[in-house]
Design a protein around this ligand. Structure first.
Ligand code: UD1
Ligand code: MG
Length: 431
């Protein structure tokens, strides 16, 4: 834990073409910046995030999720650029790892490689056939000599295939001395963090190149990059889950939030979406169902079922076209076409097709409580707030507007009228 981490997240991100700050765009349900913070928290207790563009929004998002992250606002007017971003930051430990907020795919293995060894600076290098857009890394005898930004390169320097991935692990003592000395005498008139490499080399310090994979260190700059990173992250999540025992039919058609968790033996059929911090235990989720922020325990859902946030299903069967919201269902069967919202339903109860809990009166939401062994006939409307006790039968087509006592039958129905030969009177005998 004796390493400090600085995450650079102050850049404008104009290529994202979005009103949402770049680092708050999500990958597998979590903002990109939080992927970087979570990877950092595994190896450090001294993490600083540098922000500037849309600082209030980014700060609010960080503070809502974490309580142990330092926030540093860059003076980007006077000191633009990655070197400017580092000005005035005090780190706690002897080594400082500098990460970017838009690299959500970095793994802990790579962070370990970047923070080990005894060089004064470790820097991430990628070999690319097409190096355009990146700073070029000049390496001699296995040691880094200099980084030259593309806009400052000569045509020959531009041919260099080793590029700077933008992640460094630097002795904090060197950082403290070099950062105030940076200048902006370059094509972009920015303070380049990359200039510290040459300063270190001039003092005979060792700068080690750490060769890393393009996949992990690719920055997300556009919505195309975002979609590509999402596919990589989804594949990682699903591979890990399948190896730990989750069955997936056509995994390419399945989407799983990185915060979801699975226990026992779960089955996900094709087209399933699992969102938020859902927890599935021995669950069978059938084709094209959506589960969001819910617990599904020893239960089946779908095909085409939708379980919305804060639901808890236990020993329950939910069939096709059933929507459940903020409800606790324990030992319940709801096989077809129903809406169960703000409800609590107990063991042995059967919910007939077309049952609707009328939970909203136009102003507030109300609760429906259904006890044990209740038989709810098809096409029943249950107007909440209402309590239906154990062992109740509700006739098909009933509108329940009052509490029902244990053991009762409830039925509200217009009497059926049958008029003999009416058809022929209406359409005539010919038909
Ligand atoms: C930088 C490197 C370049 C490298 C590339 C890898 C410099 C001078 N150049 O390029 O060698 O190949 O990364 O992607 O460092 N940021 C701030 N404040 C700023 C500017 C940027 O916090 O004033 C943050 C951004 O939010 C981002 C990171 O720093 O997370 C990198 O910035 P970006 O503009 O993408 O890097 P480049 O200048 O393109
Ligand atoms: Mg830039």
């Amino acid at each position: 834990m004796s390493i400090s981490i600085v995450i650079l997240a102050a850049g404008k991100g104009s290529r994202m073409k979005s009103t949402t700050p770049k680092v708050l765009h999500t990958i597998s349900g979590k903002p990109m910046l939080f992927h970087a913070i979570d990877a950092s928290l595994k190896i450090s207790d001294d993490i600083t995030v540098v922000i500037y563009h849309q600082a209030p929004r980014v700060r609010e998002a960080i503070e809502k999720e974490y309580d142990n992250i330092n926030i540093h606002i860059q003076d980007a007017e006077q000191f633009p650029g990655t070197g400017g971003a580092m000005r005035g930051i005090q780190t706690k430990y002897q080594k400082t790892l500098i990460l970017n907020g838009d690299m959500p795919l970095i793994t802990q293995n790579s962070l370990n490689a970047l923070t080990s060894g005894d060089a004064d600076i470790n820097m991430s290098v990628i070999k690319l056939n097409n190096p355009s857009g990146y700073g070029r890394v000049i390496i001699e005898n296995g040691k880094v000599k200099e980084i030259i930004e593309e806009k400052d390169c000569t045509p020959i320097q531009k041919e260099t295939k080793s590029v700077n991935a933008g992640i460094y692990c630097v002795s904090s003592e060197l950082l403290n001395r070099y950062i105030p000395k940076l200048n902006n005498n370059n094509a972009q008139e920015e303070y380049y963090l990359t200039d510290i490499i040459k300063m270190a080399v001039d003092e005979n310090r060792t700068v080690a190149p750490i060769f890393v994979s393009e996949e992990e260190f690719k920055g997300v700059n556009s919505k195309l990059d975002l979609a590509e990173a999402e596919i990589i992250m989804q594949n990682r999540i699903k591979e890990k889950l399948m190896l730990s025992g989750v069955i997936m039919r056509f995994p390419d058609s399945i989407y799983i939030d990185c915060r979801a968790s699975f226990e026992g033996e779960c089955i996900l059929e094709n087209g399933v979406t699992i969102l938020g911090k859902s927890k599935l235990i021995n669950a069978h989720i059938k084709t094209n169902s959506v589960i969001e922020d819910s617990i599904i325990e020893d239960s089946g859902v779908g095909p085409m079922g939708r379980i919305r946030p804060l639901s808890h299903l236990k020993d329950t069967h939910i069939g096709n076209f059933v929507e459940v919201k903020k409800s606790t269902l324990n030992g319940v069967k709801a096989g077809h076409l129903s809406y169960l919202g703000d409800a609590s339903i107990d063991e042995g109860s059967n919910i007939g097709a077309g049952t609707i809990t009328c939970n909203y009166d136009g102003k507030s939401k109300h609760k429906t409580t259904i006890g044990k062994n209740v038989f709810v006939g098809s096409d029943t409307q249950i107007v909440a707030p209402v309590t239906i006790s154990d062992n109740v039968i509700i006739g098909a087509g009933t509108t329940v507007t009052k509490d029902i006592k244990k053991g009762s039958l409830a039925i509200s129905r217009t009497p059926l009228k049958i008029v003999a030969d009416f058809y022929y009177r209406f359409f005539g005998k010919g038909k």
